[in-house]
Write a protein that binds this ligand. Structure first.
Ligand code: SF4
Length: 262
């Protein structure tokens, strides 16, 4: 017997209402949600986002201060010495491909956009190394244009919540966009990604210490027993997350609080 996807029997209106509730609970659960890639302008964010492919944001944030100081503008990227840049970004992995993208990005910005990162999706996606996901990150965080960022965490969570059965990122973006007010898209994306990194992990989600337990058709995918679930919470706010879910914060071990968020 095949099992139905989570939330399959729900009406569209019911799903929309539940989605809105999930959004409200996430806002209360993760008041600190933000773009976790350090940056101070659109170019820095574009560069950091390119480096974040197959790499943790923490690792990216370790290399970018030196990189941003060495290459302050598009012209600096376009004219960079390949070997020097490769060494600077090597810790982020795939450094040859990433260097290639950064050199080409600098050149394309100089050639077509007067050295500036454009603020429109249609332009951003034409730039080397920048796909739709990256473009939405840049729009939402550097230009205040609402954008939904469908990364691996976002995909996993909206599927677990039964908010869409789409698997193509662009279709997911549109399906989830239709459930929420446009002005909330950017913060919603940050909160969903925060939840995916700290609570609703790919392998063992912390269901028994999750604020969304009552709204989630996938409750039980991970341990539901509070003591077992509390150990799975991650990051400096792990104990606050336990409290928000009605779980004794004493059950959260010190390693959970200091654990690196993926
Ligand atoms: S109840 Fe479990 S599956 Fe559902 S959001 Fe929470 S951690 Fe994820």
């Amino acid at each position: 017997m095949t099992s139905s996807p989570p939330g399959a029997s729900e009406t569209d209106l019911g799903r929309k209402r539940r989605a809105r509730k999930i959004g409200r609970v996430l806002a209360e659960t993760h008041p600190d949600a933000h773009c976790e890639l350090d940056h101070s302008n659109a170019l820095e964010l574009a560069v950091a986002t390119i480096l974040s492919a197959q790499c943790t944001d923490k690792k990216v944030n370790e290399v970018t201060p030196k990189l941003f100081a060495r290459y302050p503008d598009a012209a600096a990227y376009a004219g960079a010495d390949r070997g020097e840049m490769e060494e600077l970004i090597r810790p982020t992995g795939f450094y040859r491909n990433k260097t290639d993208s950064l050199l080409k990005l600098g050149q394309a910005l100089l050639d077509r956009y007067d050295g500036k990162v454009p603020g429109r999706l249609v332009d951003l996606v034409t730039l080397p190394g920048i796909g739709r996901k990256t473009a939405n990150v840049i729009l939402g965080n550097a230009f205040d244009v609402p954008g939904i960022t469908v990364d691996t965490h976002f995909q996993r969570l909206v599927h677990r919540w039964g908010l869409t059965t789409e698997t193509d990122p662009v279709k997911i973006e549109h399906a989830i966009g239709a459930l929420y007010d446009k002005r909330d898209w950017t913060m919603l994306s940050h909160r969903i990604i925060f939840h995916g990194r700290r609570v609703c992990h790919a392998r063992k989600p912390a269901c028994g210490a999750c604020t969304l337990a009552r709204l989630c058709p996938s409750y039980g995918t991970g341990p539901t027993e509070p003591a077992a679930a509390a150990k799975l919470l991650k990051g400096p706010r792990a104990r606050d997350l336990a409290v928000a879910a009605g779980v004794d914060p004493e059950l959260v071990p010190a390693q959970a609080v200091t654990a690196e968020v993926p």
